[in-house]
Design a protein around this ligand. Structure first.
Ligand code: TSJ
Length: 647
């Protein structure tokens, strides 16, 4: 029987639909939250937070507190109006109960304002309820405190009741829930960094809202963080550029709204001395990794206004070509954030904003602002134009350099670098290339490998730090040229994965700080010039053992971590052995290297994946700073563990 039926007599078929709804969610959770992995678990938190953010965007809440307790219970609390408690005319039960038991009911109770919930990830609070072991809501409203509790995937446990009184001015909603471990295959443990990053991002994207994050666990992250940015996305750009040298002091910022469509637009931007761009677009607080109409409008306008100004002021002569979008990208950091009452997301992964009406609105709001800003700040206009002109010149020089590199090395002719010890198979799906630090390790790898499908490319010393170098410099580097030739798939914008010669690119370095530095440089290089290879999951880190338990010449056992060593020591009882610490790959002979690091039967590979472009970019510029510790952590955290990989 429908759980709503117990609250009124004449229930209709609509009410039975209610319970079926939540059961459908439990039956096919993937349909509602995409995945029941850790990502899906975190979606539950986003969904609940989004409701509070909506209340804040509507102007009624200013403070949102998110807490995670030791037992993986999440609490979200806001100081808004408090969820409506009166009987809902359609369902005959309280509106709050309806919100938690009717699929997609959330959006229908709001009034007019933009809804974050119900957007790309928004599935409604009822989905969270359906996928929770239990869920409680406490509401402060009209001087009264109300409470309702659900259990076992959304069944009413305690119907809504008044449990006390409070000051008439004290209003708000508190939702606590425990995700259902029967649904979430990877468990219900939350990731600190994931929550931290998203909560901070929400604070950047919604200026003036205070977001508090309590991590009430007994670990190294324990504590409270409060995020509140009066400058909003202006401060977001400052944050993204904290490790960069800005070209001028102020961040450009504008906002505006189109009355007719209720579309609101915010843009902030700054230029720095680097050669890469960090431009991120959002709709309704959701990152749109594939851009869309808001991003198109931004780029069109930037180009149009800058070129018009440059021609009018004789920075570009009448017969000279315009600055291109590529010229304007170098060193650009920008956020484009739009709010839309009815967003349409397009593309395979729904990562692109499709609403065509957004583009002219961005053109108008950002264009009017930028024209005026340049008139009032000609010195800044000059700095930006000169940066773009120098990018344009460098691009022409790089073009020539690329062409000469291509000719010299015969890229695309199938010629391979002499240092490459190739494999005999020509089936890329089984071929692997080990990129090995140092010549001696390269020698062991060459002898130890299975040359049917494993190629080895030894690199000498540290490859160029590509983050700080322009493209033509990058291609002057011999080690980098060898990699490009060996991969065979082109580079940059011209990558053709179907030509990639190896479906596993394995970076193999010593397990020391130097080795980690080289891995980082390699990943930066691949990230900048071979992004599709990382996105496609073709890049791995080899995991050589740290220790060997040796008896005479024989290695009894290899250990890959300190914990493993401790366990191994306990297992050995009376056996006599010495612990050998491998300082470098070169200390292992060919057969040891095969046994531990190359043989697909025994080895451990970590697949490198970049899930979030923003974080990755941040990480990469952070990595290029002087601190060793964050670099180390990156390598460890971003390499996803894949043991005995066999696909
Ligand atoms: F839905 C939910 F459970 F996910 C949830 C909603 C969770 C949390 C933590 C907060 C909220 C929420 C909902 N916070 N504030 C509101 N506001 C309303 O639902 C509300 C209140 C009053 C009126 C009104 O017209 O008087 C309208 C709305 C939408």
């Amino acid at each position: 029987m429908s759980n709503t039926a117990i609250h009124h007599d004449n229930y209709t078929s609509d009410d039975i639909q209610v319970l079926e709804g939540l059961e459908a969610v439990r039956k096919r959770p993937g349909m509602y939250i995409g995945t029941t992995s850790s990502t899906g678990l975190h979606h539950l938190v986003w969904e609940i937070i989004d409701n509070s953010v909506d209340e804040a965007l509507a102007g009624y809440a200013t403070r949102i507190e998110v807490s995670v307790d030791d037992n993986d219970v999440v609490t979200v609390k806001d100081d808004g109006r408090g969820m409506p408690v009166e009987i809902h005319p359609k369902t005959g039960v309280s509106t709050v109960e309806t919100i938690f038991t009717v699929l997609h009911a959330g959006g229908k109770f709001g009034g007019g304002a933009y809804k974050v919930s119900g957007g790309l990830h928004g599935v409604g609070a009822s989905v969270v309820n359906a996928l929770s072991e239990w869920l409680e809501a406490t509401i402060h409203k009209d001087g009264k405190i109300y409470f309702i509790r659900f259990k076992n995937g959304g069944k009413v446990d305690e119907p809504l009741k008044e449990i006390g009184t409070c000051d008439i001015n004290e209003t708000g909603s508190i939702v606590r829930f425990k995700a259902d471990p029967e649904i979430f295959i990877e468990g219900t443990v939350y990731n600190y960094q994931t929550l931290f990053d998203r909560i901070r991002q929400m604070a950047f994207l919604n200026k003036g809202i205070e977001l508090i994050f309590n991590w009430n666990k007994d670990d190294e992250h324990a504590g409270t963080h409060s995020f509140c940015y009066e400058g909003g996305i202006k401060e977001y750009v400052e944050f993204l550029d904290q490790n960069e040298n800005r070209l001028f002091e102020n961040v450009l910022y504008c906002d505006g709204a189109d009355k007719e469509t209720s579309i609101a637009v915010e843009v902030s931007l700054q230029y720095n001395t680097s050669y890469t761009e960090k431009v991120y677009s959002f709709c309704n607080n959701i990152f749109t990794p594939d851009g869309g109409m808001h991003l198109d409008g931004f780029r069109q306008t930037l180009s149009r206004v800058i070129n018009t100004y440059a021609k009018d002021n004789n920075y570009i002569k009448k017969d000279e070509p315009n600055l291109t979008n590529d010229d304007l990208k170098e060193g650009l950091t920008a956020i484009i954030s739009v709010k839309h009452p009815d967003p349409q997301y397009e593309g395979q992964t729904k990562g692109k904003l499709g609403n065509a009406e957004v583009r002219p609105i961005v053109n108008k709001i950002f264009g009017d602002f930028l024209k005026r800003y340049f008139l009032e700040n000609p010195d800044i206009a000059k700095i930006i134009i000169e940066k773009a002109k120098s990018a344009s010149e460098a691009r022409l020089a790089a073009q020539k350099a690329r062409e000469s590199v291509r000719r010299k090395d015969d890229f695309g002719s199938g010629n391979l670098p002499t240092k490459l010890k190739d494999c005999s198979s020509r089936d890329p799906s089984i071929c692997e290339i080990y990129i090995v630090e140092g010549n001696s390790a390269g020698g062991s790898a060459q002898q130890g490998r299975d040359s049917n499908f494993q190629a080895v490319l030894p690199l000498r010393g540290k490859i160029l730090n590509v983050e700080k170098a322009r493209m033509h410099k990058v291609f002057d580097n011999a080690e980098i040229r060898m990699m490009i030739q060996a991969f065979g798939c082109g580079f940059g914008d011209e990558i053709d994965i179907s030509k990639l010669r190896y479906h596993k690119i394995v970076i193999m370095t010593d397990a020391d700080v130097d080795g980690q530095h080289i891995s980082t440089l390699m990943l930066t290089f691949l990230y900048r010039y071979f992004k599709p290879l990382i996105e496609g999951g073709y890049v791995y880190l080899a995991m050589p053992p740290l220790y060997g338990l040796q008896k005479g010449q024989k290695v009894l056992r290899y250990c890959y971590t300190d914990e493993e060593l401790e366990l191994a020591k306990r297992d050995f009882g009376d056996e006599k052995y010495v612990v050998q610490r491998y300082k470098g790959l070169g200390e292992m002979d060919a057969s040891q290297l095969w046994d531990t690091t190359l043989n697909p039967e025994n080895r451990t590979l970590k697949r490198v994946s970049i899930e979030d472009a923003i974080d990755a970019d941040q990480v990469f510029s952070m990595l290029m700073g002087d601190e060793v510790e964050p670099r180390k952590n990156f390598i460890i955290e971003n390499a996803h563990f894949v043991k005995n990989l066999d696909y």
